[in-house]
Design a protein around this ligand. Structure first.
Ligand SMILES: Cc1cc2nc3c(=O)[nH]c(=O)nc-3n(C[C@H](O)[C@H](O)[C@H](O)COP(=O)(O)OP(=O)(O)OC[C@H]3O[C@@H](n4cnc5c(N)ncnc54)[C@H](O)[C@@H]3O)c2cc1C
Ligand code: FES
Length: 262
């Protein structure tokens, strides 16, 4: 298990990269050295008042001393975060949770994100690229304004939009199926996904039919974030633990263990 730190991390930058979507860079060298792809941090968005509970965010990217998160301003905490500026500090705990399986032999990594769901997959993409693998990325969004990751010379990047304003016109799952149907028989993949649960369920069906192992990064509203309040449970099939905690047992799960993917 990696060490967990509590620190006031200086804000390096906090840039709006798409419609209400921000990239926050924090200087946190201790986190950068401990993080494994898939882990998250908990941010205290307002040290002086509400909300009292910290908000969880996947670590999207790490360099030597900087961690990056990509978030959408959707509510009280994330709108407070949108006001952070260089020179401020953010109180964070982490890195938390388990991590993706990265030892995949000769398999080709397939990374499939829906909307903001690509955030935890960026760090996984970096991991594979740094080990000379060329991942295949699928990112779907409602429209072009919601896409924040649009260029990647070191990966096979496939973008889709529901309204056809960028890339493939249709659902990310349709583009994924089309791609898999065109691959030579015997090509082996390892798939990873994060996004809305109906999308992850559809991806689980596509992967199950083709015997592709799939790991999911699961999001739940969290209170304590450390396994105390039992507020973030998710149901699994036996013989796995019937109700797992996303904050402690996750956020990464084998898709076939989770009942919602049936
Ligand atoms: C492990 C993990 C990793 C995450 N990584 C990211 C990330 O990389 N980028 C990102 O933008 N978001 C991420 N989220 C979701 C993020 O935590 C929520 O968007 C955030 O907590 C909302 O806080 P708020 O105070 O702005 O929203 P609130 O004002 O509390 O709520 C606004 C709306 O958002 C919904 N909501 C609140 N919390 C969550 C949640 N945890 N998951 C889903 N919906 C929620 C509420 O039901 C409500 O409808 C992650 C969540 C988890 C559990
Ligand atoms: S958020 Fe409290 S147990 Fe998971």
């Amino acid at each position: 298990m990696s060490k967990i730190f509590l620190t006031d991390a200086p804000v390096v930058s906090n840039e709006e990269v798409a419609n209400r979507i921000y990239r926050l860079k924090l200087r946190a060298p201790e986190f950068a050295s401990e993080n494994r792809p898939g882990q998250f941090i908990n941010i205290l968005t307002n040290p002086d008042g509400a909300p009292l509970w910290r908000r969880p965010f996947s670590i999207a990217r790490i360099s030597i001393d900087i961690i990056e998160i990509i978030y959408k301003a959707i509510g009280i905490g994330t709108n407070q975060m949108a006001g952070l500026q260089s020179g401020d500090a953010a109180n964070i705990i982490g890195p938390l949770g388990n991590s993706f399986t990265v030892d995949i032999g000769e398999r080709t990594p397939l990374l499939i994100g829906g909307g903001l769901g690509f955030a935890p997959l960026v760090v996984l993409r970096d991991y594979f690229v740094s080990r000379t693998k060329r991942p295949v990325l699928f990112i779907g969004a409602l429209n072009a304004d919601e896409h924040y990751y649009t260029d990647d010379p070191d990966a096979d990047l496939n973008l889709s939009t529901d309204d056809g304003s960028l890339g493939f016109h249709g659902l990310v799952t349709e583009q994924l199926e089309q791609y898999l149907d065109e691959q030579e028989a015997g090509t082996e993949f390892m798939a990873y996904s994060c996004g809305p649960e109906p999308m992850m369920k559809a991806i689980a069906h596509i992967c199950r039919d083709r015997e592709i192992p799939l790991e999911l990064s699961i999001e739940r509203e969290m209170a304590c974030g450390i396994g105390l309040c039992q507020g973030c449970s998710i149901e699994q099939h036996l013989p796995q633990k019937k109700f797992a905690l996303v904050c402690k047992d996750g956020p990464i799960f084998n898709a076939m263990h989770l009942t919602f993917t049936d």
